[in-house]
Design a protein around this ligand. Structure first.
Ligand SMILES: Cc1cc2nc3c(=O)[nH]c(=O)nc-3n(C[C@H](O)[C@H](O)[C@H](O)COP(=O)(O)O)c2cc1C
Length: 307
């Protein structure tokens, strides 16, 4: 069967992906790299990943002959980096902040995550080769990744942010903030625990939540995707809850509890209790849904996001 390549490509493009920049160094020691959305995680043990490289790439010989390569998973605000590494720019590395990873491949600052790999296998596959890498080192910043679908970029949290900024006051912003398998709860002032919530002013958006959680905890905060939207029918207040990751360091206020066994009986607010319980149930599978409703009744909409 022979298909029109353009039509086939468009159909492949229906699959939503993230965006990566694959890097290595050439024989002269110069960094090289190109934009790729064909990244897939392959195996945890041994730790393997893959990316598909076009045989027409100017970097084909270097990448297939290299002893390793890096994969930089771009974050939402790195659209420009993606474009630079997909176009015939003279010095693609001039515009990014990079350094050598533990295995020697260039890794970028401000990415969602990076993996530095040794070359495990190079598999011939039609007009591409499949580069299979064994992860020798990685870092995960917690930032939300840049999305790509049908030839265009999308930015999941940035879209939320601008939407939020346009909503008038009266909103409470909350966070399901986690670190190393534990969830942050704060004192509710009445002897119980709750999630951190802050009132959104007319002028600010999601930054209000980041600022508040950072001040309360004394830790670095990275807000991620939307987790729950509900109205407390008793108070008439809207609540918008985001997932967040907290950085290392001592905690100033509140306490961390295991995500799988939070102190549910000590969380008096039923909506907060349901959020904490649902997060514990969803996190082993990474299939976080988004809840829309009021504090008693609503629906969880499944969004398939790998944890
Ligand atoms: C979002 C996006 C994803 C891409 N994914 C791939 C890919 O997975 N594999 C590939 O070989 N090229 C991919 N490309 C195209 C290359 O980035 C592009 O052809 C680049 O100029 C190759 O550079 P080089 O010839 O210097 O290697 C992608 C481009 C974009 C914009």
């Amino acid at each position: 069967m022979k298909f029109d390549p353009r039509t086939l490509r468009d159909a492949f493009g229906a699959f939503l992906t993230g965006v990566t920049v694959v890097t290595t160094v050439n024989d002269e020691g110069d960094p090289i790299g190109f934009t790729a959305n064909s990244f897939t995680s392959v195996s945890l043990d041994p730790p393997l990943l893959l990316v598909c490289l076009a045989k027409t790439s100017r970097n084909y010989a270097v990448l297939t002959g290299a002893r390793g390569f890096g994969v930089n998973i771009l974050s939402e605000d790195q659209k420009g980096v993606s474009n630079t590494f997909a176009r015939p720019v003279e010095d693609r590395f001039a515009t990014v902040d990079w350094r050598k990873g533990p295995n020697g491949a260039p890794v970028f600052a401000d990415v969602a995550a990076w993996f530095d790999c040794s070359t495990h296998d190079v598999v011939d596959a039609g007009d591409h080769v499949i580069l299979i890498g064994r992860v020798e080192g990685f870092d995960n910043s917690g930032k939300t990744g840049l999305g790509y679908a049908r030839g265009g970029y999308f930015t999941p949290t940035l879209a939320d942010k601008s939407l939020l900024a346009s909503v008038d006051g009266g909103l409470l912003l909350g966070a399901v903030a986690v670190r190393n398998g534990e969830i942050l709860l704060v004192e509710d002032g009445m002897g119980g625990w709750t999630l951190p919530f802050v009132e959104k002013d007319e002028s600010d958006g999601l930054e209000a939540l980041e600022r508040y959680v950072a001040e309360e905890t004394g830790l670095a905060v990275q807000t991620g995707l939307l987790y729950s939207v509900y109205e407390d029918t008793a108070t008439g207040r809207q609540h918008v809850v985001y997932r967040a990751e907290l950085g290392e360091g001592p905690l100033k206020n509140g306490a961390f509890f295991p995500i799988q066994s939070p102190p549910l009986a000590a969380i008096p607010d039923s909506a907060v209790r349901d959020i904490v319980r649902r997060y514990g149930a969803e996190s082993p599978f990474g299939n976080f849904g988004i809840y829309f409703g009021n504090q008693e009744k609503g629906r969880v909409h499944a969004v398939a996001v790998k944890g």
